[in-house]
Design a protein around this ligand. Structure first.
Ligand SMILES: [Zn+2]
Length: 298
């Protein structure tokens, strides 16, 4: 990073801290390499120790990139996320194939910059849930999508449910049990801890404010794991290549990880699998990509 870029970065972080403190929220975003490459991000986003224990699922925000965390944040506020699990073909193959029912695109999909701003709670398609533990801390979630994205809502819902209930996921790692809230129950006021929401870049910016996601990154804010549709469709090529399916696993697990109380993690050592809460998009720091919360099998 150049001196000028570093100075700009410090100012950005300082501004973020101020705005977050004012808003009383902690944010963390997921930035991706695209942004990093554009010089908008730095590498010092992590202000909390890795893997703090989860507490309550409701208030964390995750912001993307730039962020530090609000000093007053009650939760491990994490920070950024972004992204991707990287890894080359080896890790991608290890992580993706059987977890994501939605295959990656073969041609560059069209990204709708602004959806209709309306959110629909989706039903979980039959067979999409792999397992739900009988015990553990219950985390109620909805799967929601903004309208007008041009993305098949059923395939999206299936992927989210599949990933959250995968034995390699948070249910195993944190002893939580994800319970889906059906559309009718959500309408009638059933408690919802995390709304896993697919949103257009413009809407992501709105939902993640005061964080500046700049249409590029995802975040967790105000009880929503906001999955930026641009990243959902394109992944982070610099980190994942064309393996968008594995990127999506990372995107879901990382943002929902913030939702259940996790902050950012760092690479534990050269050659080791990157923690899912690591901002893998900024680089792996010697780690190898891994999109799941549980350890990579040896
Ligand atoms: Zn994050």
């Amino acid at each position: 990073m150049t001196t000028r870029a570093a100075a700009a970065r410090r100012e950005l972080v300082a501004r973020r801290h101020r705005s977050l403190a004012a808003a009383g929220v902690a944010v963390c975003v997921a930035l991706n390499l695209w942004v990093a490459a554009a010089g908008a991000s730095g590498t010092d986003l992590t202000s909390r120790p890795p893997h703090q224990p989860s507490t309550r699922p409701t208030t964390t925000t995750d912001d993307s990139a730039l962020a530090g965390t609000a000093p007053s944040a009650p939760l491990p506020s994490s920070t950024g996320d972004a992204g991707a699990t990287t890894g080359g073909p080896r890790s991608a193959a290890a992580g993706s194939t059987d977890a994501a029912p939605t295959p990656g695109p073969t041609t560059t999909p069209r990204v709708v910059q602004r959806g209709d701003g309306k959110f629909t709670v989706l039903s979980v398609p039959a067979g999409a849930v792999q397992e739900t533990p009988k015990t553990g801390r219950t985390v109620r979630y909805t799967i929601e999508t903004e309208g007008g994205l041009g993305i098949d809502p059923t395939a999206y819902a299936s992927t989210v449910a599949h990933v959250l209930s995968d034995p390699r996921g948070w249910q195993t790692r944190d002893k939580v049990r994800f319970v889906n809230v059906k559309p009718a129950d959500a309408k009638h006021g059933t408690r919802i801890d995390i709304r896993v929401t697919l949103a257009s870049p413009d809407t992501t910016d709105r939902l993640c404010a005061p964080l500046q996601t700049r249409g590029q990154v995802s975040c967790h804010a105000n009880g929503r794991a906001v999955l930026n549709a641009k990243r959902w469709l394109l992944g982070v090529p610099e980190a994942y290549g064309k393996d968008v399916a594995t990127y999506r696993i990372y995107q879901i697990n990382h943002e929902v990880g913030h939702g259940i109380g996790h902050g950012h993690a760092t690479c534990p050592g050269k050659g080791k699998p990157a923690p899912v809460m690591m901002q893998q998009s900024y680089g792996l720091d010697g780690c190898t990509g891994w999109p799941w919360p549980t350890p990579k099998p040896a």
